[in-house]
Design a protein around this ligand. Structure first.
Ligand code: 5RP
Length: 232
């Protein structure tokens, strides 16, 4: 099976996890990325039974609305029983690196509100140690150089560390939905994601980074060549 077919399989499996909430008025949390896009498309037949959704990006909000699925402002929502989203990497402790699409700030907020985080990923995303995928760090624009220098101090433990300002193909700065920029940190090997998440949280200028360890996934739907595995 191709990677796209594995993503499609987990997207369909994720629809089963939200079926108990159809017709109940519950708001669903919806993630961002190519796997989340397939999940959104798979929700289309149920548009009228979905009470509403909270999207973790403008991109997902637009896609949901195209399918006639209502998108709610998080400020008007108290409870989100389930949040379905992809990941760039996930380890066996259900810690993740997210933010390849630059949406980690809203993703972390929606994940914090949600009772249950269902991660949907193809098998290439499951790793023993997080860090091969460059860690996305969303930064207030005026703090970019300062934060980059602080991140370079990780070289004490990660000698190969490299910090890159994320640019678009035309060379202009990639801007997040929150008007911020992204620094991608290469060369990490994250032995203790909970500790590093906390340490990076202390750097002024960082809005959110892509380590999701203090709020890990609750369920992983993993697309493999032999079928979708449910890991809890
Ligand atoms: C976006 C994310 C995505 O969940 C992550 O990048 C995975 O994307 P894809 O499903 O396209 O592999 O965190 O900010």
């Amino acid at each position: 099976m191709t990677q796209d077919e594995l993503k499609q399989a987990v997207a369909l499996a994720a629809v089963e996890t939200i079926k108990p909430y159809l017709g109940t008025g519950a708001a669903l949390g919806i993630g961002t990325g190519s796997t989340a896009d397939l999940f959104i498309d798979a929700l289309a037949p149920y548009a009228r039974e979905i009470g509403g959704t909270v999207a973790s990006s403008e991109r997902s909000a637009i896609r949901l609305k195209k399918h006639g699925i209502e998108v709610l402002d998080l400020n008007s929502v108290r409870d989100i029983p389930v949040y379905v989203d992809g990941a760039d990497e996930i380890d066996h402790g259900m810690h993740m690196i997210k933010g390849g699409g630059g949406a980690q700030t809203r993703e972390k907020i929606v994940a914090a509100v949600a009772d249950r985080f269902v991660c949907i990923a193809d098998e290439s995303k499951l790793v023993n140690t997080l860090g091969k995928f460059p860690l996305p760090v969303e930064v207030i624009p005026l703090a970019r150089s300062y934060v980059a220098r602080q991140l370079m101090k990780l070289a004490a433990e990660h000698p190969m560390v490299e910090v890159n300002w994320r640019l678009k193909p035309d060379g202009s700065a990639f801007m997040t939905d929150n008007g911020c920029v992204i620094l991608d940190v290469k060369g990490l090997s994250i032995a203790d994601p909970v500790e590093l998440e906390g340490r990076l949280n202390q750097i002024p200028g960082i809005v959110t980074h892509g380590i999701f360890a203090r709020r890990p996934a609750d369920v992983l739907l993993l697309g493999t060549s032999t079928g979708v595995r449910t890991i809890t």
